[in-house]
Ligand binder design. Structure first.
Ligand SMILES: Cc1cc2nc3c(=O)[nH]c(=O)nc-3n(C[C@H](O)[C@H](O)[C@H](O)COP(=O)(O)OP(=O)(O)OC[C@H]3O[C@@H](n4cnc5c(N)ncnc54)[C@H](O)[C@@H]3O)c2cc1C
Length: 604
């Protein structure tokens, strides 16, 4: 049997190799038959990555700065690949693992001293790590939960210096409201203070009733003293309630749906009086009309930045090199233009490092010339998760939510503070307004309670494995390196176990947890490390901070020691917000568009 499978796989690999060779042969022959005129394309802005940030940025720039053109390069497939299954919230768990639209990252195994017994070594096994490789990026594959973190998260970003004030909560709230189109029916006055209703990102309340058993979970947690919260993005985050989702009419709504689609509507020629059929549509010569538009190329993998070799010491970015349709292409920026990297928390640092910006040792190991030494790839934050499941002996009369088209199964949310000593949290923890645990409950074959560390202290990093741009970097998540993280997670899992023990879950439903036996703290540590998974909230790897404090970009997101180069995506977060990251990333891009616009207009 095993041999049959191996023979089958070998045959498939051989077939793949043959087709690849045929394709390459076709390309080589094509080169022989006809000479291609190499056109140096010029754009005002080159955006690398059409994910959450790239889509928002393209739209905001094209509408706010007159007469510009923009190239957007996306390594993954175009929007037409995003079919009705991908838009179906209930298909989310399989969508995020689809190889055609995922980068397929796998993190490194890590051995470290145990927390409970530091004399023993423990293992964090490598895990699969989803990252959307498709138009819309992670917003096309994520779980669609709409949360933003807490006021204190942004005020912390702003506390880095007077010029960072633009990132405080009040400024970010303005951007949240501008981006959001919340469709809550009859929102009250308080809700209106915190939400926007005219932006391009649709946000929706749950469409389906909770399962009966989830309703009982809510009753149990309310009895334990956890308050109800009808808006996790409002005045306070703690409490139990219903998530809002980035959905429209019951379907997934990505940033590509909202922002990129709108950006593509803007097509003009400039100067308008001239015909645009003279020369290349993107040529900037005075007697040719310029196409004012966003040109999106999917399946276009950026390789590295092209630098102005005449101004070697200044590190002036003048364009990008990318692989597209089997060939290497180059595109350049116009005089006031910029290259803006929006590749996400793993790829943006990789692109910078491949272009000579990063930690000296790691670049030199990979034979890359160091242009600017910066801690790119350090400061990798994430939200580690773990869960407890339970068998339910009584069938759920309304257990339909997983199968319902518009349900992601992640409707119930809860935020509270964990106990730093690893004990079951108390009432005081439930009322604390800086919660550090996010929690969801879902029911399919089993009842699962998922705990996520929202303010972790352990920090990971990533580094180049190779100078080959197609080889994945090494990712070290460093989960539970710091004791607080382990004890907080322990405390949350212990609470989940308590929840399972409460009536009517234990009595009426016959709920039986898989971790019911007595467990020592060391047992918990093993359980937590073994069952660790990620919420896929990687960020921070191109930190926005003063250079003296480990920053890679300044408060305007310009890369230190370079010109015409910014990074705009979740990698610039100095610290991780205590919530899901899609909306915070959209807000960073929206705010960045204003900074870029200001700088563009100020350039002579
Ligand atoms: C499975 C999963 C579930 C999640 N659930 C939620 C959730 O429920 N709620 C929430 O708020 N957040 C969630 N997130 C997180 C959130 O979606 C991301 O943090 C956010 O979308 C990141 O945006 P970004 O712009 O930084 O990166 P991305 O959206 O990843 O965009 C980067 C884009 O750049 C492209 N790219 C990268 N390298 C290159 C290159 N060399 N050349 C060309 N293109 C390139 C990528 O293909 C990608 O399209 C989830 C993420 C995942 C993966």
């Amino acid at each position: 049997m095993a041999l049959d499978l191996k023979t089958k796989l070998d045959k498939e690999l051989k077939d793949d190799a043959e087709i690849r060779n045929l394709w390459l042969e076709g390309i080589h022959n094509r080169d022989h038959r006809q000479t291609f005129k190499k056109i140096n394309e010029f754009y005002d802005f080159i955006i690398v990555g059409a994910g959450t940030a790239g889509c928002v940025l393209a739209r905001e720039l094209i509408y706010n700065i007159p007469n510009i053109n923009i190239l957007v390069l996306e390594a993954g497939p175009p929007n037409i690949q995003v079919n009705d299954i991908m838009r179906s919230p209930c298909a989310y768990p399989s969508v995020s693992r689809t190889i055609e639209t995922d980068w397929g990252y796998y993190t490194e195994n890590q051995k470290m001293p145990g927390i409970v017994d530091p004399t023993k070594e423990v293992l964090n096994k490598g895990i699969n790590y989803s990252r959307g490789k498709v138009i819309g990026g992670c917003s096309t594959v994520n779980a669609m939960i709409y949360t933003r973190g807490q006021k204190a998260d942004y005020d912390l970003w702003a506390a880095q210096g007077p010029e960072y004030k633009i990132w405080d909560y009040d400024h970010c709230l303005e951007a949240y409201k501008a981006v959001e189109n919340n469709t809550r029916k009859s929102p009250d006055e308080e809700f209106k203070k915190y939400h926007g209703f005219n932006g391009l990102l649709y946000v929706q309340d749950g469409q389906n009733d909770f399962d009966d058993i989830i309703k009982d979970v809510i009753k149990v947690v309310k009895n334990l003293g956890i308050p109800y919260n009808n808006d996790f993005n409002g005045v306070r985050q703690n409490g139990v309630g219903r998530y809002q989702h980035t959905m429209k009419d019951g379907k997934r709504f990505s940033l590509a749906d909202g922002y990129l689609t709108d950006a593509l509507k803007k097509v003009e020629t400039y100067p308008p009086s001239k015909p645009f059929d003279i020369g290349s549509p993107h040529g900037l010569s005075d007697n040719a009309a310029k196409f004012v538009a966003v040109n999106v190329k999917s399946f276009a993998h950026m390789l590295n930045i092209i630098w102005d070799e005449e101004k070697k010491d200044e590190n002036v970015a003048i364009g990008v090199k990318y692989f597209y349709d089997g060939r290497v292409h180059k595109s350049f920026i116009a005089p006031k233009g910029e290259v803006i990297i929006c590749g996400g928390a793993f790829n943006s640092p990789q692109i910078l490092m491949l272009s000579g910006i990063g930690p000296k040792n790691n670049l030199e190991e990979n034979n890359i010339k160091v242009r600017k030494e910066l801690p790119v790839g350090r400061n990798l934050f994430d939200h580690p998760s773990c869960c407890i499941t339970a068998k339910v002996s009584v069938p759920n009369s309304t257990s339909t939510s997983q199968l319902h088209y518009s349900s992601s199964g992640l409707e119930l949310g809860m935020f509270y503070k964990g106990d730093i000593k690893g004990k079951v949290p108390s009432q005081e923890h439930f009322l604390d307004e800086r919660p550090d645990i996010q929690f969801h409950g879902k029911k399919n074959d089993v009842l699962t309670l998922v705990s996520t560390l929202n303010l972790p202290s352990s920090v990971g990093h990533l580094e180049l494995r190779s100078s080959n741009p197609f080889i994945h970097p090494k990712i070290f998540l460093n989960y539970y390196e710091k004791p607080d993280d382990l004890y907080l997670m322990m405390s949350s899992l212990k609470l989940s176990r308590e929840i399972f023990k409460q009536p009517p879950l234990s009595t009426v439903w016959g709920v039986e947890s898989d971790v019911d036996k007595e467990m020592s703290d060391e047992d918990w540590e093993h359980y937590i490390r073994k069952k660790a998974f990620s919420s896929s909230h990687a960020c921070g790897t191109v930190k926005m901070a003063p250079e003296s404090k480990g920053g890679c970009v300044n408060h305007r997101l310009q890369v230190y020691g370079t010109k015409n180069l910014r990074v705009v995506d979740a990698s610039i977060f100095p610290t991780i917000p205590a919530g899901n990251l899609n909306a915070p990333t959209a807000v960073v891009a929206w705010k960045a568009s204003r900074l870029i616009e200001e700088d563009y207009k100020n350039k002579a």
